[in-house]
Write a protein that binds this ligand. Structure first.
Ligand code: SF4
Length: 363
């Protein structure tokens, strides 16, 4: 059996009860399990489309999964997983022992190995869409963007089996006048070229293929199990060739590791050759939930940078203001040189409120 193959203890995959019922609480249920230990856990959401008021950003967000097998060391979405596990424990759907197992010894492993799957989300989405459309009067069109994949990758390996993202896109393709963004590192997005094209006929769509470097050795150090650069670029090209508006998002740019001109140039060149319509980039944000996972990797792989990072990020999660300005200028120069639109970062496109930049870090 190869790594990643489905293994469900010799039983059918659906509704395998790992957690037995104790009392009235509905216990969490394992849907599937992989050889390397990843478990997919059923979650019945009350809502899947998060409003700007709920999240503090200026767009609506949608994440079919909580947790992500790609396991990037810089991923800021671990907090959402932790919150879900804590809520399940508080609600009696996880025992104390299960709670420990769902956290892992360091508190971050479970994000990569216990992936919550929002089953039955299409019914919930129907209700959420009514709420979404009600929130707009006739005067404030076009509607606020809906971004899929803000807190986990919507095309992570689980999607191959559960097809939740595809179901969402099928539903959104029946709407008109939406503004939809998708962020992913996975070539699996090209599977849905047909539905993306349909969606784009009636709404604005942008697919953001996320890639921080072309350096395979570096990818393996920083993103434990993410797809290799070549397959992401191939997916980008497939979408571009099919007429889907697709581009590259280079985020996070890692100070002192991937922010040099040759590094960024190579990404811009690859994006150009693959047919990208835009390239965005943004620096690392070292949120508290990121530090536990990222800093040990930095200590192990880039010990010479540890002191610099600690100094730069000691006051908060954002990069120092001077660094942010210098990086933005560098990106803008590259956008101009390679013929991409300027100033089309995620913040510009979706109006995201970014945390304030702090202190100094030289490029
Ligand atoms: S692919 Fe995205 S969601 Fe998944 S671990 Fe990496 S940064 Fe986090």
């Amino acid at each position: 059996m190869r790594v990643g193959e489905v293994r469900v203890n010799g039983r059918t995959a659906r509704q395998l009860p790992l957690l037995q019922s104790v009392g009235p609480a509905v216990r969490l249920c394992i849907l599937d399990e992989r050889l390397r230990g990843t478990k997919f856990v059923s979650l019945e959401p009350k809502s899947v489309l998060n409003s700007p008021q709920q999240t503090g950003v200026d767009f609506w967000s949608l994440n079919p999964y909580i947790g992500c097998e790609f396991g990037c060391t810089y991923c800021y979405a671990r907090y959402a997983h932790r919150y879900t596990v804590e809520r399940a424990h508080d609600a009696g759907r996880l025992s104390d022992a299960e709670f420990q197992e769902f956290r892992g010894p360091h508190g971050w492993e479970a994000f990569e190995k216990r992936v919550f799957v929002k089953e039955q989300l299409l019914g919930v989405l129907e209700r959420d869409l009514r709420r979404y459309f009600r929130s707009f009067g006739p005067t404030n069109h076009p509607p606020a963007p809906i971004v899929i994949g803000t807190a986990t990758d919507p095309y992570q390996p689980a999607e191959r089996r559960f097809r939740l993202t595809r179901g969402i896109l099928e539903r959104l393709a029946r709407c008109e006048g939406l503004n939809v963004g998708i962020i992913t590192k996975s070539p699996l997005v090209a599977r849905d070229t047909d539905v993306l094209r349909r969606l784009q006929e009636r709404s604005d769509l942008e697919v953001h293929i996320s890639l921080t470097t072309l350096d395979v050795a570096l990818i393996k150090q920083v993103e434990a199990r993410s797809p290799m650069p070549v397959v992401r670029l191939r997916a980008l090209k497939r979408l571009a060739d099919a007429g889907v508006r697709v581009g590259l998002i280079v985020a996070p740019v890692l100070p002192g590791i991937t922010d040099d001109v040759p590094h960024l140039e190579a990404l811009f060149q690859a994006a150009r050759e693959a047919g990208a319509k835009f390239v965005h980039a943004g620096p690392l944000r070292l949120y508290p939930a990121v530090r536990d996972r990222f800093l040990p990797m930095l200590e192990q792989r880039f010990p010479q940078l540890v002191a610099r990072y600690r100094r730069a990020y000691e006051g908060g999660s954002g990069v120092p203001r001077d660094y942010a300005r210098a990086l933005a200028a560098r990106i803008k120069q590259l956008q101009a040189r390679f013929g991409f639109p300027l100033n089309e970062g995620m913040a510009d496109r979706y109006g995201r409120r970014l945390p304030p930049a702090q202190r100094e870090l030289g490029l």
